[in-house]
Design a protein around this ligand. Sequence first.
Ligand SMILES: C[S@@+](CC[C@H](N)C(=O)[O-])C[C@H]1O[C@@H](n2cnc3c(N)ncnc32)[C@H](O)[C@@H]1O
Length: 402
Amino acid sequence: MPEFAFSRLRRSPDVEAPNLQAWDATDELLVRQALAAGVPGAEIAVIGDEYGAITLALADAGCCGVRVHQDLATGRRALERNAAALELSGFASHELDASLLKGARLVLLQLPKSLAELEEVADAVARWAAPDVVLVAGGRVKHMTLAQNEVLGRSFARVQPQHAERKSRLIVASGALAVPAQPPYPQRAEHPEFGLTLVAHGGAFAANRIDIGTRVLLEVLAGEAGSAAQLRRSARLEPESRRDHAELQNSSGVMPDESQVVIDLGCGTGALAAYYALHHPEARVTATDRSASAVASARETMIANGVADRVTVTHDDAGSDLPDGAADLILLNPPFHLGASVHTGAATRLFAASARLLRPGGALLTVFNSSLAYRPELSRLIGPTEQLHRTSKFTVTRSIRR
Ligand SMILES: C[S@@+](CC[C@H](N)C(=O)[O-])C[C@H]1O[C@@H](n2cnc3c(N)ncnc32)[C@H](O)[C@@H]1O
């Protein structure tokens, strides 16, 4: 059988760059291992298939009925696009749940970045797959740690690392152990200083804690909420109508929230959306993230804070399903790590999305590490940008869409 043409795979709609590719040697090792095992496609589950390389190579080799879970909306779209381009089908996408794993006897896993995510996956495999399931987990050697073996060892009796090949290594885990009555995730935590409860699945940014940058942005929101809707004033009005608005403020006090459209872009566990919804009961808030783990977490965070009926949570890439020019306010704590390298492409993508989503005069509130100097980029992509707050590490800016 001819080799699968991995080089034809694309990352799009994820960031494309000359130093970034859509597959790696780990994908190739996992596919080779699966084909050697001879397990039927319907008994194979793939987890963490970034751009579809594993699933599509198996489909290309004639494995039918493979189930796949990908955390990122961008990865899911890349898989669809790659499948269409290569004219491959016969696989099905699932969330990380029983439907993905029921009856699976071989699970192929691209090791996730965090141990928490690995723990959640290993538990899910031991909980839902066939009793004789074999989990083959792989990664780049430079990113692998002994702690990963320990985590796998909590769910499997035998954990056997293989020899490294082309800077990748597979770990074979078998002998699923009895699982605890409750899965280890999601985990919740109270944050009384902000009146918030956060719920986090294993892959969610900052787990059930409030990230230090998020905290700084929440403090700004708390201050703004206390200053008679200053935030809404700048978010709702064109500069030339501010005088009218001041008169309105004088006569009626705080402006009503009901028409205010607010987006928590890259919401993670949903701390910003939940906080905003709690303090602006009439605002229409959407929390959106490209990570399924984040989305599941944010949905549960909204329930835990009693705002699930007022906050819509969506799994999407940079709010691409949301309408142009409709948002009054966007709250953004952008990522600046892409994979293992520091890369600003991911943040730029969310700034550009904000420019599309905001109506003229709408506001983007962003927090970022002060060393990143995003202000010129924000001014260029969105409009006039002012610093609202600065700590020793973080800067919060407000950009008004021109
Ligand atoms: C620094 S975290 C902030 C999370 C949350 N807003 C908070 O403050 O705790 C950045 C989030 O952006 C998400 N993200 C990154 N790129 C994205 C994209 N293109 N579309 C949607 N979400 C994205 C990540 O999955 C992550 O949850």
